[in-house]
Design a protein around this ligand. Structure first.
Ligand code: ADP
Length: 574
């Protein structure tokens, strides 16, 4: 995948410019705060020279009032600044998160085949965090800091141009060090997001695969992989910490050096006590923002690194390309034709080769064949999850690759091997494809799928919570919930991947019954493992090495004593 880089111009246009009003107010507040902040250092000179040295207390109340008012203004502006900008920054983070998640959901299934779920979680949740520093106080502080530094320099020059020159020299050295340090830090930050995503991704996989890990006694292996990942992250943070702390310490050292020099020079330049104090104070006020700027600089670097990775997702083309998928289809009959369809997941490695067949409206097509022969791929193509590399698939005569996915998929239903049930009540799980279905429709689906057979035994019935924190359903029960869901959604085209696991005979007969109801009147592609399903099929396609080796009905194929007969007798024996 090509690496996207976010430019300053892009960020300015999409993030900063739309918030210009708010940022301008922020800037104004920062200027007021900075100006107020300069009052106390300024006040040191009149305090020393006019009040303390001359013992003239008349001006004291006035001066103290001025300083108190300045401090008050500083506090209030700080509060308003944080409130305005930080809240806006957090709002922006949530908006960005939502748009990244929305874009993710529009990406093709193929994209997810090549990505770790945990790494994507990290992208949606962590990578957008950086913008906090762009809109939040970071950017405004940077500008405010520069302003304060400039005003302080003007004051310094006013007191003593030569001594100012002496202060600026170590500061320039500091500037060079800072720039060099950033050059080192920037790639480190880029790398950090990637490592975090990798480590999070692996951890998520570990947690999902707990049964396999424990079953193979592979805990040590996982611990080792995670430790290595965390260590890599630590080394990365250490690298950036070394650079940032070097910047801060060299800043402190150079400021100290400048102070010592000023002490020495103040005698030479005949400064009053007030001048000396005021000069020192302004110097601190000039240096502080510069040191602070180096911090903000690293924050902004981090923000850009995060946005780069976010941009990479946002630039990945979505599956529902509005320029080619222009046909919005109404209710379909479900006549699906594969015409010389070939497919490859990876270029050059053909998985399906010239597959042609017709699935008549409402008919059941059973896909049988050894594992890896291409059954799931055919089902994926019929579901529009994949697109043919050559050849064409038509739905009621319309080329599926030109059909708006929304209009097709709203008429599609899937029941997969280990179906996706989420944390929630059984009712919510069944209503999932059609949250607004009526109570009657729900009850019908529950009956037709024999979900009521076990739900009625639960105290809370359909309101029973299933999943991690609730009741654990058996394999057969989970399948029945999945079937109820599909019945409720009433699709025209159905993709069914029968579970291979053996169920007890009672569950088996309930499922057979409910599948019969489910398939009735719908064009069904079933990756079949049950003989009962296969016998019912209007057409059996025997898939071998990505091609249709045989086709026909059960009895015909048995009679032919070919590939199907072999598969069938082999299965019957076990
Ligand atoms: P079946 O469902 O019959 O077991 P599949 O359709 O899943 O077979 O797989 C057909 C071939 O495609 C296999 O050789 C498999 O290795 C390959 N394949 C399946 N999914 C992917 C994928 N996401 N990326 C690359 N190759 C794949």
């Amino acid at each position: 995948m090509s690496k996207s880089k976010v430019t300053i111009g892009q960020v300015f246009k999409t993030i900063v410019w739309p918030r210009r009003g708010l940022l301008l107010i922020g800037l104004l507040l920062i200027i007021i705060r900075s100006a107020a902040g300069l009052v106390p250092p300024w006040a040191t000179k009149p305090f020393m020279d006019d009040i303390l040295v001359k013992h003239n207390m008349d001006k004291l109340p006035m001066l103290l009032t001025l300083v108190v008012v300045a401090i008050l203004i500083q506090s209030v502006t700080s509060f308003v600044l944080t409130k305005l900008l930080s809240v806006e920054a957090q709002h922006l983070i949530s908006v960005l998160r939502s748009s990244v998640q929305k874009h993710l959901l529009r990406l093709p299934i193929r994209y997810f085949d090549n990505q770790k779920a945990g790494a994507l979680v990290s992208r949606v949740m962590n990578d957008v965090e950086g913008v906090r520093n762009l809109v939040g106080t970071g950017l405004v502080q940077l500008v405010g800091g520069i302003l304060t530094a400039i005003v302080s320099i003007v004051f310094l020059i006013h007191i003593s141009p030569w001594m100012t020159l002496f202060v600026l020299l170590p500061m320039s050295i500091f500037g060079v060090i800072t720039l060099k340090a950033f050059a080192i830090i920037r790639p480190v930050f880029r790398e950090r997001g990637k490592i975090t995503a990798d480590v999070t991704g692996r951890l998520t996989e570990t947690l999902n695969g707990m049964r396999v890990i424990k079953g193979f006694n592979a805990e040590q292996q996982e611990i080792k992989v995670f430790e290595e990942g965390v260590e890599k992250l630590f080394q990365n943070v250490k690298k950036s910490l070394t650079s940032t702390s070097f910047v801060t310490s060299s800043g402190t050292f150079l400021v100290g050096l400048a102070s010592v020099g000023i002490m020495g020079l103040s005698g030479y330049f005949n400064l009053t006590a007030g001048d000396f104090l005021q000069f020192t104070m302004f110097m601190v006020f000039m240096v502080a923002p510069i040191v602070q700027m180096s911090n903000i600089g690293s924050q902004l670097t981090e923000a850009f690194a995060g946005l780069d990775r976010t941009e990479e997702i946002m630039n990945t083309p979505t599956e529902d390309d509005s320029t080619t998928r222009i046909n919005k289809i109404g209710t379909i009959h479900g006549d699906i034709i594969f015409e010389n369809v070939s497919f490859a997941y990876d270029e050059g490695k053909t998985v399906l080769n010239n597959v042609s067949f017709e699935a008549k409206p409402g008919s059941v097509i059973a896909l049988v064949g050894t594992s890896g022969s291409g059954k799931t791929t055919i089902a994926g193509l019929a579901a529009s999850f994949l697109n043919p590399v050559s050849g064409k698939i038509t739905v009621d005569g319309i080329d599926l690759s030109t059909v708006s996915l929304n209009s097709y998929r709203s008429q599609l239903g899937v029941v997969l091997q280990d179906d996706f049930l989420f944390e929630g009540t059984i009712r919510e799980n069944i209503l999932f494809p059609r949250p607004n279905a009526t109570e009657e429709e729900l009850t019908n689906a529950v009956k037709a799928s024999y979900v009521d057979e076990f739900v009625n035994r639960f105290e809370s019935g359909l309101e029973t919570v299933i999943g991690e924190r609730g009741v654990k359903l058996s394999g057969g029960q989970r399948q029945r919930v999945a079937i109820a869901r599909a019945i409720l959604s009433d699709p025209r085209v159905l993709i069914l991947d029968e579970a291979t696991s053996n169920l007890d005979t009672e569950s088996e007969s309930y499922i057979q019954e409910s599948l019969r109801t489910l398939m009735k009147g719908r064009t069904t592609f079933v990756i079949a493992h049950r003989l009962s399903t296969i016998r019912q099929a209007d057409q059996i396609l025997v898939i071998e090495n990505g091609q249709i080796a045989e086709r026909g009905k059960h009895d015909e194929l048995i009679e032919r004593k070919g590939r199907y007969f072999e598969l069938y007798t082999y299965q019957a024996r076990i």
